[in-house]
Design a protein around this ligand. Structure first.
Ligand SMILES: [Zn+2]
Length: 78
């Protein structure tokens, strides 16, 4: 079984659409728990946080949070 590189916190919203997925690349759709697939994308100015906001129920699904999930471990030291 291939372990897809989908962060655990968005796995429940993620639906695979392609059969060509591998451990490096995954194609799919994000679907809100309310059933909507229409989202606004929010990105913080420093691009540390990227999240989707459901246009139907305003639920926020954080796709990327550098501080929290540590995908980018590089931090500026003062
Ligand atoms: Zn929703």
């Amino acid at each position: 079984m291939v372990e897809y590189p989908i962060p655990r916190h968005i796995k429940e919203f993620f639906q695979l659409v392609s059969t060509n997925n591998n451990e490096y690349e995954v194609k799919g759709n994000i679907k809100c728990s309310c059933g909507s697939e229409t989202f606004s994308i929010y990105q913080s100015n420093d691009k540390m946080i990227v999240k989707l906001i459901c246009q139907k129920c305003n639920k926020e699904i954080i796709i990327f949070d550098a501080g929290k999930h540590g995908w980018n471990a590089r931090r500026c030291s003062i």
